[in-house]
Design a binder for this molecule. Structure first.
Ligand SMILES: Nc1ncnc2c1ncn2[C@@H]1O[C@H](COP(=O)(O)OP(=O)(O)OP(=O)(O)O)[C@@H](O)[C@H]1O
Ligand SMILES: [Mg+2]
Length: 154
């Protein structure tokens, strides 16, 4: 018997090493929402992209999938925002202000190696952690919007 539900489900291959183009922030949020459906506890997602590229916008979409409506913004004054979801805790780490030499003192391990999903902006600050297993989302400006490349590293 054909499993209809399965046919309609997005799975990891929908996103693994794929590139998407969005023209508006709403489209980027929608992409984030779809991507969220394949995330599992302990997943780490790195976001790369210049200031204002759309990292937080994509993350807003992920959080909305998990029913988190609280406004999320580029909180450069706040390092970690913690959210509860039915699946697991979700951590939004915005490391923009972080000096890469200070990351080891910060107790970030609790987030990275806990049971939650970690969504990390400005992950280059974490280079000493050498995290291998991760999703990586690269957002670039284009003439008509954004190019969003999603990669899976194991
Ligand atoms: N296609 C698009 N996708 C995402 N954002 C877009 C798009 N087009 C325009 N924008 C606008 O670009 C901005 C993206 O801001 P956002 O805070 O998500 O960026 P960011 O990468 O998190 O920046 P920061 O490095 O400062 O944290 C928003 O103002 C959004 O409305
Ligand atoms: Mg941001």
């Amino acid at each position: 018997m054909v499993n209809q539900k399965k046919l309609n489900t997005t799975d990891i291959n929908t996103f693994k090493n794929k590139t998407f183009y969005t023209e508006t922030d709403t489209q980027t949020r929608e992409l984030g929402k779809k991507f969220a459906s394949i995330l599992k506890p302990k997943d780490i997602v790195f976001f790369n992209g210049d200031l204002g590229a759309g990292k937080t916008t994509f993350i807003q979409g992920i959080l909305s999938y998990f029913g988190i409506k609280k406004f999320v913004r580029s909180a450069s004054f706040m390092l970690v925002s913690e959210f509860e979801s039915k699946l697991c805790p979700i951590y939004h780490l915005d490391l923009y202000r972080l000096d890469e030499n200070n990351t080891l003192d910060l107790g970030i391990d609790e987030y990275l190696f806990g049971d939650g999903i970690s969504l990390i902006e400005w992950c280059d600050r974490l280079k000493y952690y050498n995290i291998k297993q991760r999703w990586e989302i690269n957002i670039d400006y284009t003439d008509s919007g954004r190019k969003i490349k999603i990669e899976r590293f194991l």
